[in-house]
Design a protein around this ligand. Structure first.
Ligand code: COA
Length: 151
């Protein structure tokens, strides 16, 4: 069973950082000073559990324009990929009322992950660029405003 929730406790937030260390710092050789960039204290964090074990995470920051939620650090432990964990993390994030300020969700996608985000409705735009030695493309998706009067 997969459960995705906001990381609230110190333990849950630490578990998010542990997953990022394994996936990005150890797995993808992202330099630690780029991965731990000083924005974690101002970000919202989500954690995914599979059968009670923490296996995935992502964070969101509000960008300076005030209308864009930037989704970052989407990571699932290698042994648990392809099971829908990443999809569920993204869907829970997009349904979170705390992001109601956002007109758009935006992210910098590692190019290998573009098909993953495309299945979720994100569209790539702009030129490819390097971040931490990994090729990226920016992607975005309009936030759907919930209409409570819709039958
Ligand atoms: N290429 C093509 N399609 C992919 C894919 C890939 N690399 N990874 C996932 N998908 C597709 C799945 O087939 C699935 O499609 P479906 O719903 O039509 O069946 C959909 O995307 C959701 O897949 P899911 O199982 O939820 O993805 P995941 O749990 O494996 O998580 C990542 C995807 C990218 C988060 C995961 O592979 C990961 O953590 N990678 C390493 C860290 C990373 O690169 N993060 C992205 C930073 S931008």
């Amino acid at each position: 069973m997969i459960l995705v929730k906001v990381a609230e406790t110190r333990e849950e937030k630490q578990a998010c950082l542990d997953i990022r260390r394994v996936v990005f710092i150890e797995g993808q050789k992202v330099p630690k000073n780029l991965e731990i960039d000083g924005l974690d204290n101002t970000a919202y964090h989500w954690i995914a559990f599979k059968d009670g074990e923490s296996v995935g995470t992502a964070r969101v920051i509000k960008t300076d324009d005030g209308t864009t939620a930037k989704i970052q650090r989407v990571a699932v432990l290698e042994a648990c990929r392809g099971l829908g964990v990443g999809r569920q993390i993204m869907e829970v994030i997009e349904q979170d009322d705390r992001l109601s300020f956002a007109k758009h969700y935006k992210l910098g996608a590692q190019t290998h992950a573009i098909p993953f985000y495309e299945t979720l409705g994100y569209m790539a735009y702009g030129p490819e660029y390097d971040d931490a030695g990994i090729p990226h493309l920016d992607m975005k998706k309009a936030r759907v405003i919930k209409d409570d009067n819709t039958c």
